[in-house]
Design a protein around this ligand. Structure first.
Ligand SMILES: Nc1ncnc2c1ncn2[C@@H]1O[C@H](COP(=O)(O)OP(=O)(O)OP(=O)(O)O)[C@@H](O)[C@H]1O
Ligand SMILES: [Mg+2]
Length: 262
């Protein structure tokens, strides 16, 4: 299994959006995927639930009462039984329910809690695990860092966002040192790029100059960035698949970089 976490302590940078896009892309190419919603806000969980038909909704909602991340951490359910299967997708969901917020305090004093995810999830039978994380720094962030092989930091392409990166990278490197030596790569993924704005180009150039090793490059040697596009909002709001050639090929490059063995 290869686990990829989308992480940034800044909110609204596209963690949920990009993690959902990657998970769906993997599922559509026939891969076995688990989506771990490690954010008590539960935006990604809600995205999956919003896709259900009126007929399926009550049934899945009832299953969610037992099949969720919090019950897994409390060991009320075994890992393989905690995965919520959904009719509209082959992605299996480890769902964040509203009580997941309590996990921050409930497990805080448990010895070795930093490795909770690692202990519980590494044995799951899947090819890919995609993890969404909250836009904050908390012990939840460390839980996904303890598990993942790759971290993707979606970065809004603007200087205020870029300036937070040294602290974020340092934190992830410390996690690699003390929590998870298996953490192989940290990628920066410029998002919400508006080609018309000089400020976006400036921030992208800065990223290339200062963080070249953390960027993903396309065949034409251009750094991979995700444009600000209505089709992405359509994917989130109305569950419309992303169709433009440009976006499809950017997602393919992203998936290839994150899962090179596929
Ligand atoms: N490339 C993009 N083009 C257009 N809209 C985008 C793009 N990426 C993200 N968005 C939109 O920006 C908003 C914030 O995205 P998202 O919820 O994925 O961010 P987040 O980092 O998960 O936020 P949080 O920290 O609150 O969890 C959403 O409405 C999403 O549809
Ligand atoms: Mg989110």
């Amino acid at each position: 299994m290869r686990a990829v976490a989308f992480q940034n302590q800044k909110g609204g940078v596209g963690k949920s959006t990009l993690s959902l896009l990657v998970a769906e892309q993997l599922a559509q190419s026939g891969r076995k995927v688990i989506f771990l919603d490690n954010d008590p806000q539960g935006n990604s969980t809600q995205w999956f639930l919003n896709r259900l038909t009126d007929a399926d909704y009550p049934l899945i909602l009832e299953e969610l009462q037992s099949k969720n991340l919090y019950n897994l951490l409390e060991e009320k359910i075994a890992p393989q039984n905690a995965l919520l299967e959904l009719p509209e997708t082959t992605v299996k969901l480890l769902a964040a329910t509203p009580n997941y917020e309590q996990a921050k305090t409930a497990f805080r004093d448990q010895p070795g809690h930093e490795n909770l995810f690692r202990m519980l999830l590494l044995g799951l039978s899947t090819e890919a695990l995609v993890c969404d994380t909250p836009g904050e720094l908390s012990l939840l962030t460390n839980w996904s860092l303890s598990l993942c092989d790759v971290v993707v930091i979606p970065v809004q392409t603007e200087m205020f966002a870029v300036e937070t990166l040294p602290i974020q990278l340092e934190r992830i490197r410390t996690a690699r040192k003390y929590l998870n030596p298996e953490l192989k790569q940290i990628f920066l993924l410029p998002n919400l790029f508006d080609t018309r704005l000089k400020s976006c180009h400036y921030a992208l150039d800065y990223l290339v100059d200062h963080y070249r090793d953390n960027l993903i490059f396309q065949e034409d040697q251009q750094p991979l960035w995700i444009p600000k596009r209505a089709e992405i909002m359509g994917f989130i709001d109305s569950h419309e698949p992303v169709r433009s050639n440009d976006m499809t090929s950017r997602l393919q490059v992203l998936v290839q970089a994150l899962f090179p063995e596929f």
